[in-house]
Design a protein. Structure first.
Length: 418
């Protein structure tokens, strides 16, 4: 029996869930199947999913082709209408062992073509299904799923449902097992990480979880994947200030640098809030570095609005930028805003943001010359600093281990170990 083949598109959480699906499919005895875990963050992501489905059907004409993920959850009928697709399953259904049991050969002809329920009715995560995944050096642990917010550009809540949290005790046990397996870094991941705990008894906050993990486990390095800075709680700030095992790198969901555009996006922070958070986090931890998501060309964005996003890179001292050219997503309020920015302008603004980001990266890397860093090795010749900068080594190092290195210089977007 040929084992099932999985293709993952989109975010780290999708990759995490693919690992869980692989285990469930294997335990169910599924064979000769192709599973596509789709993304819906942009219209381009959905188009990419359809293209990938057609390609996989050409390459595997006799396999059963199953589509799941956010795009399938949001618009299951359109994927079911594709001639290449045999079955569509939802984001909640894909994380249930009983779903995979119904996809075995014994059930062929008895299983619905579309198995997608109301994601908004889901009240728990499936984080218990997998201890974590990653390279030999870094493991990812899902602690949260879904989102209660409704940013006007974002379709993801309709693919992921409302926010729900993995209980702290389950997370701590997972981290302990990963440390015992030899992982030197654990990354906490979720859709809206700073909303962790709001649905749990006592409504703990993300900082409470971080402090509990650091207190009850021996994990050498704990990293947070992405946060909404306006929701950073007191204990999270205390951890930044006092816990050296919490990595000094935060990726921020900022999205824009102009107050009017932030309001039209229905974000919960203003420009000054972002700047104040970055100043405070760096005051507490001087070596802190920041990444950020920024959208270029949101409807009604003028040149002046865009300049505020450009200036935000300097005002927040951002280093690692994820720049997204705005793409209207059907089903979102922003798609109905009439004052669209021309496509060529969006492309040009995105390019300027990326160029500004490249300058910031170059400045950060140049400042590391002569500095000694603790580097987690991801490959024999490459590792990452605590601030997430890549370091190239001339001599092989043990993968998965943390080594000390003096930075001799930089090449491209990587540091060079002396």
């Amino acid at each position: 029996m040929t084992p099932p083949r999985f293709t993952t598109l989109g975010c780290r959480l999708n990759a995490y869930e693919t690992e869980a699906m692989k285990r469930m499919a294997e335990e169910a005895g599924i064979g000769d199947a192709v599973i596509v875990n789709t993304c819906a963050v942009t219209t381009e992501a959905v188009a990419k999913a359809r293209k990938e489905i057609r390609r996989l059907r050409r390459e595997h004409p006799d396999a059963r082709l199953i589509v799941t993920g956010c795009a399938a959850q949001i618009d299951p009928d359109s994927f079911a209408a594709m001639a290449e697709v045999d079955t569509v399953i939802g984001n909640s259904e894909k994380m249930k062992p009983e779903t995979w049991a119904r996809l075995t050969p014994d059930f062929v002809g008895q299983t619905e073509r579309v198995m997608v329920n109301d994601i908004m009715s889901v009240t728990e995560t499936a984080g218990h299904l997998i201890d974590g995944f990653g390279t030999r050096s870094r493991a990812y642990v899902q602690v949260q799923n879904g989102c209660d917010h409704r940013c006007t550009f974002c379709i993801i809540p309709y693919g992921r449902g409302n926010s729900r949290s993995v209980p702290a005790g389950v997370v701590v046990d997972q981290v302990k097992r990963l440390v015992q397996e030899g992982f030197n870094e654990v990354v906490l991941t979720g859709v809206d990480l700073t909303s962790w705990g709001a649905d749990l008894p006592g409504q703990p906050r993300l900082g409470d979880l971080v402090m509990r993990i650091l207190r009850l486990t021996d994990v050498p390095r704990l990293r947070i994947s992405s946060i909404d800075s306006i929701e950073a709680d007191e204990n999270l700030m205390q951890a930044i200030a006092t816990e050296p095992r919490l990595m000094p790198h935060l990726h921020l969901s900022l999205q824009h640098g102009d107050d009017l555009i932030l309001k039209r996006m229905k974000r919960r922070h203003l420009r000054d809030d972002a700047i104040a958070f970055c100043e405070e986090a760096r005051r507490l931890r001087p070596e802190m570095t920041f990444g950020a998501d920024i959208i270029a060309g949101f409807p009604t964005e003028t040149d002046a609005h865009f300049e505020n996003s450009l200036k935000l890179v300097e005002d927040c001292d951002l280093t690692w930028l994820h720049v997204f050219p705005y793409s209207a997503r059907p089903g979102t309020p922003a798609a109905k805003i009439p004052s669209k920015v021309p496509g060529a302008t969006i492309k040009e603004r995105a390019a300027r943001l990326r160029a500004t980001g490249e300058v910031a990266v170059t400045r950060h890397l140049a400042a590391q010359r002569g500095v000694t860093h603790r580097v987690l090795m991801e490959a024999p010749d490459m590792g990452r600093t605590e601030q997430f900068a890549e370091v190239t080594f001339a001599r092989p190092q043990p993968v998965g281990q943390i080594v000390s290195a003096v930075i001799a210089g930089e090449q491209g977007n990587r540091l060079l170990a002396g």
